[in-house]
Write a protein that binds this ligand. Structure first.
Ligand code: NAD
Ligand code: AHE
Ligand code: ZN
Length: 369
C-alpha cells in the first residue's frame, strides 16, 4: 500500500514528505495507522548524524498513537480497530530480560531494531523500489507503519491519540525515571537538568513522589514558568554563575541533592549532575542521549564516597503491561499532557517542529496526519 511519510534521506537534511510503499505485515507483525506523533529530541539527535545506530534513508519517529489496520499471521494480542501506542522498548514477556524482574529492556527484537529492519531482517518500507530503514522499531513519521506485535501497547479507545502519543516516549520516560529508576521517596531533594519534555515530565514524577525540593536547571530561562506550574521549587540558570553549577547546587542544599536527573544529553552536564548528588547516598540518573564517541567522566572518588550513577531507558517502564495505567492517569488529569503540547502541526510541516525544538520555543510539537 501507499503511505505518506516524512523521509530522512540523509543526516542533517530536511525531511521530505513523499509517498512510500508499505508491505503488509508478516507473521507476528501489525500494520498500524498512525493518527498523531510527537517529535522527541532523539529524532533530532538521529537526524543530526550523531547516533551510532543512525541509518539513512529512514523514517524517523517513535512517539506515536495509532489504530491497528491489519494483523499478520499468529498475532493474538491486538486486533483490527484496537488503539495502540508503538513501543521502542518492546515487551515479549519471555526473554531473559523480561523474565529477570530487573529491567524493562527486552531482547526479543532489539538487535534487528537497531539495524533498521524487522525481525526477519528485511524492511517493510520502500521508496522508488529502494528499501528504507525502520527507526527504533516504530517509524511513526509514516501514516502507515509496521511493527512487531511485541512492540505495541493496547490502550482504551476513549483516550485521545493526539495527546496520549506523548506517553510513547517523553512523558513516560521522565516520570518513570523518577518513580522506577530512582525510586524517589517522600521528602527527598531533587535536581533536574534540562527542562524539555523529559525534564518537565521528571518534575511531574518528583511531584508524584512528594519530593520536598525540586531544583529545575536550564540555560533557557523561558522554561522556568512551566517548570514552576508543574511543581519545581527552585530555578537555576547555569549562565548566571561563574562557578560550576554543581557547586551552586551543593551550596543551596547543604551538601547536595538526594537525586539528580540529566535530561539533556550533554556529557559535561552529566558530570555536574552526578557531582551535585549528596555524598554517601546521592543518586544521579542519566536520561539524555549523547552522540557517537562521547564519554562520561568523573573522579572515581565521587563514587567511592557513595554517589551512584545510573541510566534510564523509557523510564524503566514495561510498555505493554504498564503503559495503560499511564494512559489512565492522563485521562484522570493526574498526568497533564496538554501542558507539553506547545504546537500542533500537519505532517507536511514537520520540519518546523525540528526548528521550534532547536530554537527552544517548543516543549512538544504533535504532528497530525
Ligand atoms: P528538548 O530539546 O525538548 O529539551 C532539552 C532541554 O535542555 C532544553 O530546555 C534546553 O534548553 C536544555 N539544555 C540544553 N543545554 C543545557 C545545559 N547545558 N544546561 C541545562 N539545560 C540545557 O529535549 P527532550 O525531548 O526533553 O530530550 C532530552 C534528552 O533526553 C535528549 O538527549 C533525548 O535524546 C533524551 N531522551 C532519552 C530517553 C531515554 O529513554 N533515555 C527518552 C527520551 C529522550
Ligand atoms: N542509538 C543510540 C542510543 C539511543 C538511546 O539511548 N535511546 C534510548 C531511548 S531515547 C528515546 O527518545 C533508549 O531507550 N535506549 C535503550 C535502547 O535499547 O535503545 C546509541 O548510542 O547507539
Ligand atoms: Zn524519545
Amino acid at each position: 500500500m501507499k503511505s505518506r511519510a516524512a523521509v530522512a534521506f540523509g543526516p542533517n537534511k530536511p525531511l521530505e514528505i513523499v509517498e512510500v510503499d508499505v508491505e503488509p505485515p508478516k507473521a507476528g507483525e501489525v500494520l498500524v495507522r498512525i493518527v498523531a506523533t510527537g517529535v522527541c529530541h532523539t529524532d533530532a539527535y538521529t537526524l543530526s548524524g550523531a547516533d551510532p545506530e543512525g541509518l539513512f534513508p529512514t523514517i524517523l519517529g517513535h512517539e506515536g498513537g495509532g489504530i491497528v489496520e491489519a494483523v499478520g499471521e499468529g498475532v493474538t494480542s491486538v486486533e483490527v480497530g484496537d488503539h495502540v501506542i508503538p513501543l521502542y522498548t518492546a515487551e515479549c514477556g519471555e526473554c531473559k530480560f523480561c523474565m529477570s524482574g530487573k529491567t524493562n529492556l527486552c531482547g526479543a527484537v532489539r538487535a534487528t531494531q537497531g539495524k533498521g529492519v524487522m525481525p526477519d531482517g528485511t524492511s517493510r518500507f520502500s521508496y522508488n523500489g529502494e528499501p528504507l530503514y525502520h527507526y527504533m522499531g516504530t517509524s511513526t513519521f509514516s501514516e502507515y507503519t509496521v511493527l512487531p506485535e511485541v512492540s505495541l501497547a493496547k490502550i482504551p479507545k476513549e483516550a485521545p491519540l493526539d495527546k496520549v502519543c506523548l506517553l510513547g516516549c517523553g512523558v513516560t520516560t521522565g516520570i518513570g525515571a523518577v518513580l522506577n529508576t530512582a525510586k524517589v521517596e517522600e521528602g527527598a531533594t531533587v535536581a533536574i537538568f534540562g527542562l524539555g519534555g523529559i525534564g518537565l515530565a521528571a518534575i511531574i514524577g518528583a511531584t508524584m513522589a512528594k519530593a520536598r525540593r525540586i531544583i529545575a536547571v536550564d540555560i533557557n530561562p523561558s522554561k522556568f514558568k512551566i517548570a514552576e506550574e508543574l511543581g519545581a521549587t527552585d530555578f537555576v540558570n547555569p549562565n548566571d554563575y561563574d562557578k560550576p553549577i554543581q557547586e551552586v547546587i551543593i551550596e543551596m542544599t547543604d551538601g547536595g541533592v538526594d537525586y539528580s536527573f540529566e535530561c539533556v544529553g550533554n556529557v559535561k552536564l552529566m558530570r555536574s549532575a552526578l557531582e551535585c548528588a549528596h555524598k554517601g547516598w546521592g543518586e544521579s540518573i542519566i536520561i539524555g542521549v549523547a552522540g557517537a564517541g562521547e564519554e562520561i567522566s568523573t573522579r572515581p572518588f565521587q563514587l567511592v564516597t557513595g554517589r551512584v550513577w545510573k541510566g534510564s531507558a523509557f523510564g524503566g517502564v514495561k510498555g505493554r503491561t504498564e503503559l495503560p495505567s499511564y494512559v489512565e492517569k492522563a485521562e484522570k488529569g493526574e498526568i497533564p499532557l496538554d501542558v507539553f503540547i506547545t504546537h500542533n502541526l500537519k505532517l507536511d510541516e514537520i520540519n518546523e517542529a525540528f526548528d521550534l525544538m532547536h530554537e527552544g520555543k517548543s516543549i512538544r510539537t504533535v504532528i497530525h496526519y
